[in-house]
Design a protein around this ligand. Structure first.
Ligand SMILES: *Cc1c(COP(=O)(O)O)cnc(C)c1O
Length: 431
């Protein structure tokens, strides 16, 4: 017997019993032209706006209005050490020590800064490993780094592809490749959760396999941060970067996060691009010519940070801290499992969930391949006020986000989906 049922009452019962159900009211849900709430399943792309942000943002504007430059010390949350108020919660979110994380820059910028420090190709060891369908910015970043060092991406970029007929990668295949070619690999840099398939990689195993061969191992956690529990310190990952506008709800283009393992904290031999905000806090304003890095992740900062963006990260982290990743994950597994159960109930072989069935290998997102008329199905969903996203050639990505989506949202979505693909079943009657 499944733990789920297809009727709408089941969804309502689940929502009534959901300890996190109250968080939905803390977000603005976009409306359709007719003024109805959209069915928002796109938190993997841009998280919703927390209602608490407006007044927090207004406070910064007021402090700037009233204090000018003295807001650096006199603002309610002083701007000078502002990023430090985020550190502990950021560390908890990704399973790190406080000295290992910092909120700075944006994701692609941080990937480059990390590669400046952790990708040192030599003639013998110069390859980078990424996923075959990595997010474009990651592909551009690694290829441009390889070229920057005078090497050739055609030879020196190893892309991991699923086996014939499969959608996702097997950990054992990744480990085998690393074992075989490890002596030529300088850096392994994968998405923690692949943006396209929703596959969550075994970061502990991949890090271990990479280190056994003397490779550096970093992760792009754009689709993992705020989505799945992380233990970056324990896993021994060398570095990681993530954006804060997807599952972390900190607004479009908001300040990103960066992790550097403490084993690299004091290593002055690492090449790095430096800026004044990474300089020793005690002597920063002596304005001397010689750079002295703050030990730990903070030492990679370049500029004084955009406070109007950090305020959104702060609000977000406070919310994640209050809920806790364990509680979020518990709901997330049920919510996504429920969506999978309902989709499976059609038994249609032109609809395939590409995301792994194993719960340990996915976050909240499901990537649904719709082989016949996928784009028309997506358009039909959109016409019903569903916001999810479309990726060529045939993929509809949906993310039931545990912080603000409900079981009823999932039921509604699958009902619209059933109508759009012309599947007749009891779901439609139930709506
Ligand atoms: C969203 C995303 C990005 C976006 O990069 P920005 O620098 O924030 O624009 C990069 N990589 C991955 C894997 C992503 O999912």
């Amino acid at each position: 017997m499944s733990e789920y049922r297809t009727d709408l009452n089941f969804a309502k019962e689940m929502d009534a019993a959901d300890p996190l159900a109250g968080y939905r009211a803390q977000f603005y849900i976009p409306k359709t032209k007719d003024g109805d709430e959209c069915l928002y399943l796109c938190g993997n792309s841009l998280g919703l706006q927390p209602k608490a942000l407006e007044s927090a943002m207004a406070q910064e504007l007021t402090d700037w209005k009233n204090f000018g430059v003295e807001g650096h010390w006199n603002a309610k949350t002083p701007w000078m050490p502002y990023h430090e108020f985020l550190t502990d919660k950021l560390a908890a979110l990704v399973g790190a020590k406080s000295s290992e994380v910092v909120a700075m820059n944006t994701l692609s910028v941080n990937l480059h800064l990390m590669m400046v420090s952790f990708y040192h190709p030599t003639a013998q060891r110069r390859k980078i490993v990424i996923e075959g369908n990595a997010f474009p910015s990651d592909q551009y970043a690694v290829k441009s780094q390889i070229k920057f060092h005078g090497f050739d991406p055609v030879q020196d970029l190893i892309e991991l592809w699923p086996r014939e007929g499969e959608h996702t990668l097997r950990t054992a295949d990744i480990e085998a490749l690393i074992a075989e070619q490890g002596s030529e690999i300088a850096l392994i840099m994968l998405g923690g959760v692949n943006y396209y398939t929703g596959q969550l990689f075994d970061m502990a195993a991949i890090t271990k396999a990479g280190h056994a061969q003397g490779c550096m191992v970093g992760f792009d956690l754009a689709h993992a941060a705020g989505n799945v529990p992380l233990k970056l310190h324990e896993w021994g990952v060398d570095f990681a970067c993530w954006c804060s506008y997807k599952y972390l709800n900190a607004g479009p283009g908001s300040v990103a996060g960066c992790f550097v393992h403490e084993r690299h904290a004091d290593n002055d031999d690492l090449p790095r691009f430096a800026g004044w905000w990474g300089h020793d806090k005690n002597t920063r304003f002596k304005m001397g010519p010689d750079f002295k890095a703050i030990p730990g992740a903070e030492g990679w900062q370049l500029s004084n940070p955009p406070i109007l963006s950090l305020v959104a990260v702060k609000i977000s982290l406070e919310m994640f801290d209050e809920v806790g990743m364990d509680a979020l994950r518990e709901k997330s597994l049920k919510l996504t499992g429920y969506m999978e159960f309902l989709l499976d109930s059609f038994g249609r072989d032109d609809v395939t969930i590409m995301t792994p069935k194993n719960k340990d290998e996915r976050g909240c997102q499901l990537s649904i391949a719709v082989r016949e008329n996928g784009r028309a199905v997506f358009d039909a969903l959109e016409a019903q006020g569903v916001i999810c996203d479309w990726r060529e050639p045939d993929c509809i990505r949906v993310a039931p986000v545990p912080l603000y989506n409900s079981f009823e949202d999932v039921h509604k979505f699958v009902s619209f989906f059933a109508a759009a693909i012309g599947a007749s079943n009891q779901l439609q009657e139930a709506v």
